[in-house]
Structures are given as C-alpha cells and as structure tokens.
Design a protein around this ligand. Structure first.
Ligand code: ADP
Length: 329
C-alpha cells in the first residue's frame, strides 16, 4: 500500500510540474516563433525592396535565409523538448524521493496504530475468554450451588475489572495523544498531588506490608492537576506492584521541581530498560508472574504526561535492589 501511494503521489507531483513546464514552454515557443516570423517578414520586404531597385533582374538568394529561420525554429523546439525531458526525469526521481519522505511518517503512524489495535484486542481477548469459559462451564453444571455461583461472580467481577482498567488506560492514552490536556494548565503544587495519591494507594501498600515514606517540599509547576495525579499514581502503583512484601518506598518532591519515586523492589533488567516506556511492553518477569497484573501501558501513559509537561525522566535500576524514577519538570 505504501508503494502504491508513493507512486500515486509521484504521479501527482509530475502532473503538476510538467503542467507548469509545458505551459511555460508553449508560451515561450509561440513568443519565439512570432519573433522569428516577424524577422523573416521584414527580411523578405527588405530583399524585395532591393530587387525592385535594381535596373536589371538578378537572382537573389532568398532561400537560405528562410531555411535559417526554419532551422532556428527546429533547434529551439528540440532544446525545449530536451529541457522538458530533463525536467520530467529529474522531477520524477525527485518526486519519488520526496513522496517517500512525505509518506514515511504516515506509514509509521499507521503501523503503530495497527500494532496498537492488535495489542489492545489481544489484551481484551484474555479476560473475555476466561469470562466466557467460566460462564459456559457453570451453565453446564447442573448441580451448581449458591456458593459456587457467588464464587463465579467474584471471579467474573475480577475479569470485568481488568477490562475496565484496560479501557481506562486506552482512553487515557487517546486523550493524551489528542493533546487536549495542554489547554488546561494551571500552577500545580506537586506536594498535595503526591499526598493525595499516597492516601489513595496506602491501603494497597498496606496489604503487601509496604511502607511508603515521603519527603515533600512545595514544588509549583505549570501543568495539569489530573494528569500529574495520574503520573504519580502510575509510578507509585508500579513501585508497590514490583516491591516485595515488607519493602520500603520513598517519594520525594524538591523545590527544584523534581519528583522522585524510589523503591527497593525487584528492579528492572538492563535489557528491558530501553523499552519500559513502549506501549504494551512488559518485562519477562512481569508477564510470568500471576500476581503482577498489568498491560504494559502505565509507563507509556506516564511518558506522554511527562512529554506534554516538557519534563524529562531518568530511571535508575538494579535487579534485586530497586528502582528509582526521577522526573524533572
Ligand atoms: P505494567 O502494567 O506491566 O506495570 P508499565 O508500563 O507500568 O506496565 O511498566 C512496564 C514494565 O516496566 C513493567 O511490566 C515492569 O516490567 C517494568 N517496571 C515498571 N516499573 C517498575 C518498578 N518500579 N520496578 C520494577 N519493574 C518496573
């Protein structure tokens, strides 16, 4: 499809360039032709005048002059044809190159879009299949008890929650890509933002006996409150998710507009580090472990939020020792 579109675009470039070039050549040809005819006519008149002035009739060689005009016309026409042929070849090659350059980002975007849709459908299929299987098995069971039914509903609810999370992630990504958040920026203090998120996720950390420590200074930045809350939630949620029971997490904000989330968890292997912000990317260990739920979308959303705030992120991690995310606004 890319090749077909490239050829079509090249053809359009060629049609436009050749249209201009041929019209210009036509105008030039008619102009020069008229001038040549005018010169020819005045030559003819002059020679006829000379002939009339002679006492005896002589043979005046008028032929070669008119041959010269015809020759000039032909030379001009050939030159124009050569120029147009050169323009055709050069603009054909140049157009093909430019069409490639123009279409490449579009082709890349389409490829990413396709991958995104296929990843999203794949992630949706897993909870959907398990939901369907559980319901079908339960429907076939003629001796199902009330207790079994309740357990089934609990399990179904888990799957529905997963799908709900995924659709929320996808909506977030979509919203961030539209750049709509950029229009709603206000001065935001990172300190209360972090405090709110800690309050929200404290229960989750407690469940794993993880202690969240904070060292927060007021840090005012220009940004979007909701997006910044989402960013801190993603980083803290990951810190909890990838920490072992009894671990510690430290969140810091400094007056120099720096946000740091440090955990003492399992760490990220060096080979995975360059990819963790990619959509749907999950390090091998995260995919294998049942308990670390996720879709590999959190950090790509975090990165979009960091980007729209024109901030930067640094990750320091050591397997078995922990990970630190540092965002500098
Ligand atoms: P997920 O839903 O899998 O957590 P994310 O996009 O949030 O997706 O993270 C991508 C991957 O980066 C995770 O699967 C995990 O392998 C790794 N990761 C992110 N944060 C941490 C962390 N604090 N400690 C260890 N690994 C992490």
């Amino acid at each position: 499809m890319f090749h077909e579109a490239r050829i079509k675009l090249t053809a359009w470039y060629l049609i436009i360039i050749m249209g201009v070039s041929l019209s210009f050549s036509g105008v030039m040809y008619f102009g020069v032709n008229r001038e040549l005819e005018r010169i020819g006519n005045s030559q003819k008149t002059r020679i006829q005048g000379l002939i009339r002035g002679y006492p005896v009739s002589i043979d005046v060689p008028i032929g070669p002059d008119f041959d010269a005009i015809a020759q000039a016309r032909l030379t001009f026409l050939t030159t124009l044809a050569l120029i147009n042929l050169t323009i055709f070849i050069v603009s054909g090659l140049g157009g093909y190159f430019l069409a490639g350059q123009t279409l490449e980002p579009i082709a890349k975007m389409m490829k990413e879009q396709k991958e995104f849709v296929s990843n999203a459908s794949h992630e949706l299929r897993t909870p959907l299949t398990s939901l369907m299987t559980e319901i079908e098995v339960a429907l076939r069971d003629k001796e199902i008890t009330l207790n079994d039914t309740k357990n089934l509903l609990v399990s179904n609810l888990e799957e529905v929650k997963k799908m709900n999370n995924l659709s929320n992630y996808l909506l977030s990504l979509n919203k961030l890509q539209d750049g709509k958040l950029l229009t709603k920026t206000t001065p935001v203090d990172l300190k209360p933002v972090v405090e709110n998120v800690v309050k929200k996720l404290e229960a989750l950390a407690l469940k794993k006996k993880i202690h969240i420590k904070t060292n927060l200074k007021n840090s005012i930045i220009k940004g979007n409150q909701a997006a910044l809350e989402e960013l801190v939630t993603i980083l803290l949620d990951n810190a909890i998710k990838y920490s072992n029971s009894g671990g510690k997490i430290l969140i810091t904000t400094t007056s120099k507009k720096v946000l740091k989330v440090a955990d003492e968890g399992i760490g990220i292997p060096r080979a995975d580090l360059p990819h963790i912000f990619d959509r749907f990317y999950r390090a091998e260990y995260s995919r294998n472990k049942e308990k670390t739920d996720g879709y590999g979308l959190g950090l790509s959303i975090a990165k979009s939020i960091i980007d729209i705030h024109k901030a930067s992120v640094r990750v320091k991690s050591e397997v078995g020792k922990g990970t630190t995310f540092t965002v500098t606004f």
